[in-house]
Ligand binder design. Structure first.
Ligand code: ZN
Length: 499
């Protein structure tokens, strides 16, 4: 070939590749969420050839760690993943939020950003199954089944008629009643298995009959399983294999969904955070109380709801506000929930916000100053210094890294905690009251969330880390749609020629 034409031809080929690569998005993107999935469990299983479906996707494309939000909590993380924004913009910082002098559950109605399926839905249909923080169900161009924490009798699908059909087929949502109970391990595991299978059936049904562009299916039982069964991993007990078995099972679900999705689908497997051992809880409100920053009111609350920071009355108030009180009466009965009854243990709502200067949220290491904080900057500096130097009394190990919201969030940060704590090791910050020691062995849970989750993307190549806000931009890029300016993340999708 004439040597002066050769570079010209190469340039043409190169331009053609750029144009084709840029203009043709995938027909479909399928996101499969595995709540709490961690590379440290996946990798050894893969090496044994026991996660063939994940392995195949990984070999075809790219993978890496997925750094999650602070707080490292599921509703916060899934909302960042599905909006492409930090909590400072989407407004979800946990399962509950302060509302004046009380605490109420956060719902889909509190999410202040569009979800990626709203954008994808502008150009075609979407299928959304069990993504946390999507209850009550919002209208989408396609079908949506709400995720944790949905309420059965209250309507958890869009369109509404879908629910009847799902229930005929034995579909299961996860509710508070799916919480683990000591001594009922077998029932727990059995229910988990059925829930997973029904979830896959429902997703397959929707993926088959909808003309979808974006499908997003999440399996949430793994999170709960790891919290309670972590201590058995690799041991001698009957439950030594249950976590590994569940990962193997999830790999089979991934295989089925990928097959159902068909050709020209970009697949992403993602977790909202990783998982690791939990050695000790750190009771932040107990610490604040001991240090004189927090006082309690006389009022008492009890039980699981109090533990997560809810009193019975504020649950009733908040659900009535959503028009959900009537439909969830049976759910309250199950919890032994009796609004107005005398309650023996203090909960978050018993913190006296008039006299306290600061308090901690239920989970995730969130410190809030009150209106009574005095010189806020001075108090923040004091708390930062003291919390940074807080040690595990048994090992002398420092427990927390402390952040100001402006260091980790974007947007208006309305409702953000004043300080956010990241655990440096096997610790979990909790806000429960009624504990005497600040740093203590956890009663039941032996596994906890870690900042590094995982992702596998069926296109691209190699090993590269990403941020949880990168997932939505990546989905839109794969679909050939523009990434909205509000999104904080960037697409991690590399062109195949970038290898
Ligand atoms: Zn989670």
């Amino acid at each position: 070939m004439n040597s002066s034409i050769k570079p010209f031809l190469l340039l043409l080929v190169f331009l053609w590749m750029i144009i084709m690569g840029g203009a043709t998005g995938a027909d479909h993107v399928l996101v499969i969420g595995l709540d709490g999935a961690d590379w440290d469990v996946i990798q050894p299983l893969m090496e044994e050839g026991e996660m063939p479906n994940l392995q195949k996707l990984m070999e075809e494309g790219q993978h890496g760690n997925l750094t999650t939000t602070l707080p490292v909590e599921s509703p916060v993380a899934w909302t960042s993943m599905s909006t492409g924004t930090t909590p400072g913009k989407h407004g979800i910082y946990g399962f509950i939020e302060r509302d004046g002098n009380t605490f109420v559950p956060t719902t889909s109605e509190d999410v202040e950003q569009n979800r990626v399926w709203d954008y994808a839905g502008e150009e075609g249909e979407v299928v959304v199954v069990n993504v946390p923080q999507t209850f009550p169900p919002q209208e989408v161009n396609g079908s949506l089944i709400s995720g944790y924490l949905s309420i059965e009798d209250a309507g958890y699908t869009y369109p509404e008629e879908l629910q009847e059909e799902l229930e005929r087929d034995g579909y299961r949502i996860e509710t508070l009643s799916d919480e683990f109970e000591e001594g009922k391990e077998e029932e727990f595991l059995e229910r988990l298995n059925v829930t997973v299978e029904k979830r896959t059936e429902a997703a397959e049904m929707l993926l088959e009959r909808e003309d979808w562009r974006l499908g997003w299916v999440v399996y949430t039982g793994l999170d709960r399983l790891q919290h309670y069964f972590w201590k058995y991993q690799g041991g001698e007990s009957d439950y030594a294999e249950v976590i590994d078995d569940h990962y193997r099972k999830l790999d089979r679900q991934v295989g089925e969904l990928v097959e159902q999705a068909g050709d020209n689908t970009t697949v992403m497997v993602v977790s909202d955070h990783g998982f690791g051992p939990l050695e000790k809880n750190v009771y932040l409100n107990t610490w604040l109380k001991k240090e004189g920053y927090l006082q309690l009111e006389g009022e008492k609350a009890s039980g699981f709801l109090a533990d997560i920071g809810l009193t019975q009355q504020n649950v009733v108030d908040s659900l009535s506000g959503l028009g959900l009180l009537e439909p969830v009466k049976g759910f309250f009965d199950f919890l032994g929930f009796n609004p107005g009854a005398d309650l023996p243990e203090p909960g978050l709502s018993d913190i006296d916000l008039e006299t306290s200067r600061a308090y901690a949220g239920n989970y995730g290491g969130k410190i809030y100053l009150t209106g009574n904080a005095g010189d806020r900057e001075e108090l923040l500096k004091e708390l930062e210094a003291e919390l940074e130097s807080l040690e595990d009394p048994d090992t002398g190990r420092k427990i927390f890294e402390v952040y100001r919201p402006e260091e980790i969030y974007t947007g208006d940060m309305e409702g953000a905690p004043d300080l956010v704590l990241e655990s440096r090791g096997p610790y979990r910050a909790v806000g429960f009251l009624g504990h005497q020691s600040v740093v203590k062995q956890p009663p039941e849970k032996t596994g906890t969330h870690r900042r590094d989750g995982m992702y596998i993307l069926s296109s691209g190549a190699g090993d590269s880390d990403a941020d949880i806000t990168d997932i939505s931009p990546t989905i839109l890029k794969a679909l050939g749609q523009p990434v909205p300016d509000e999104m904080d993340g960037v697409s991690i999708l590399r062109h195949p020629t970038d290898r």
